[in-house]
Design a protein around this ligand. Structure first.
Ligand code: T4K
Length: 371
């Protein structure tokens, strides 16, 4: 049998180049606690992403948890059910009640038209996700948040490098949280970051991710340990040199899929959005059984028989997991768009080293199931 093809495979820099960074770390014996590489990576990421302030984290989930602490969010937060569980888990870990609101049918992002009806006196913030890197309707969400005095924390885990009208999407909202997990467009093995808008907030976040320490003897708040270590920060610096090449390959793969899947009845690929620079972190398709003949799970199962592992991101909806399904906003029928999309969506393999012959195999399998 052929080697397995997974939904993703991390892009790795040349090993010999990484050894030079490791030698420097071995020499200095500085392994963590905001050392040289940590500082350098924050500086380089600001430049690369086009943002003013960034604080890097050991992973995206701790970034989300800390972002909520930094803004002192309490009560209820409006969020999307169509995301990775970490989005809502971050709320739960802060003792905040997620209030789920339906998504848009094309971008799969939180639908601004449905947010207002979910606002209560307990609502303090909105936490949308730029799903698959497609920017949310930032302007509409801001308008609602401003009118009701709500904070906005974007879960930008999929949106590394994404731009809208020439500006980083990370500049939207009060805070944006990134993930640099191995499965992401840009990875530091595990990792993440919070983008914020001013120096004071950056300081607050830096304190919070280091137990609340402001100096050796001053603890300004109940912080956590969420720092990125020096080995990963050095790895991140090296990764940054190669990320544009990786994104270019993802774009080529996306275009190839789109070209060859076009015209199959019942199969919908997402298109580039107007005025958006995409970085192609995922390749989702929608499968409409009434037109295609088979359903999403048929494709998933058939690919698996070929040793190809597509993923049902995001099925089930977060609101369907036991932790959340008792909430009023999670009740069946309340989010018709999300409930439909979660049954139709399939993320096909996409990563820089994915061979054309593997993509052809995937496309061939999808074509073979069409009626
Ligand atoms: N918000 C959103 C919207 C997110 O999508 C995520 C994470 C977060 C927040 C939280 O950020 P972090 O705390 O993770 O930084 C994966 C990732 O673990 C997770 O980071 C990601 N979202 C989620 C969408 O996908 P799984 O459970 O699907 O991972 P796993 O281990 O099944 O990996 C998928 C495939 O990738 C494997 O079949 C093989 C391949 N793979 C994976 C790893 C880890 C490799 O080839 N090498 C590897 O090292 O969650």
């Amino acid at each position: 049998m052929d080697k397995p093809i997974y939904v993703t495979q991390p892009a790795l820099p040349p090993l010999d180049e990484f050894v030079k960074y490791l030698e420097e770390i071995w020499e200095s014996k500085r392994l963590t606690n905001e050392g040289k590489f940590h500082k350098e990576l924050e500086k380089e990421l600001c430049k690369y992403l086009g943002v003013k302030h960034i604080s890097i984290f050991s992973n995206g989930t701790l970034g989300l948890i800390t972002a909520l602490q930094a803004l002192k969010i309490t009560g209820e937060v409006i969020t999307t059910p169509f995301s990775f569980v970490a989005t809502s888990h971050a709320l739960w870990w802060n003792n905040i009640k997620p209030v789920f609101v339906d998504i848009e049918p094309v971008t799969f992002n939180l639908d601004p038209a449905k947010i207002e009806a979910a606002i209560t006196p307990q609502t303090t913030a909105i936490m949308p996700v730029h799903v698959y890197g497609n920017p949310c309707n930032i302007a509409a969400i801001k308008e609602i948040a401003d009118r009701y005095g709500l904070k906005i924390i974007y879960d930008a885990a999929h949106a590394f490098g994404v731009k809208l009208n020439g500006d980083s999407v990370m500049n939207a909202g009060d805070l944006s949280v990134l993930s640099f997990h191995a499965t992401k467009t840009y990875n530091t093995i595990e990792g993440g970051a919070i983008v914020c808008q001013d120096e004071a907030m950056k300081k607050r976040i830096d304190f919070l991710k280091n137990f609340g320490f402001a100096d050796e003897v001053t603890v300004v708040g109940p912080g956590i340990n969420a720092k990125m270590n020096e080995v990963q920060a050095a790895f991140g610096l090296l990764q940054l040199k190669y990320v544009d090449g990786a994104i270019a390959k993802r774009k080529t793969i996306t275009e190839y899929y789109r070209k060859h899947l076009a015209g199959i009845p019942g199969i919908t690929c997402s298109a580039d959005m107007k005025d958006v620079v995409h970085t192609y972190s995922y390749f989702p398709i929608l499968v409409d059984k009434s037109k295609y003949g088979s359903n999403r799970d048929d494709i998933y199962d058939s690919l698996m028989k070929l040793n190809i592992y597509a993923r049902k991101y995001f099925y089930p909806l977060i609101s369907q997991f036991p932790t959340y399904k008792g909430l009023e906003s999670a009740q069946p029928g309340k989010m018709p768009v999300a409930e439909k999309i979660t049954l139709e969506v399939l993320c096909l393999p996409i990563f820089p080293d994915l061979a054309t012959e593997s993509i052809d195999k995937i496309i061939g399998c999808i074509k073979s199931l069409a009626k």
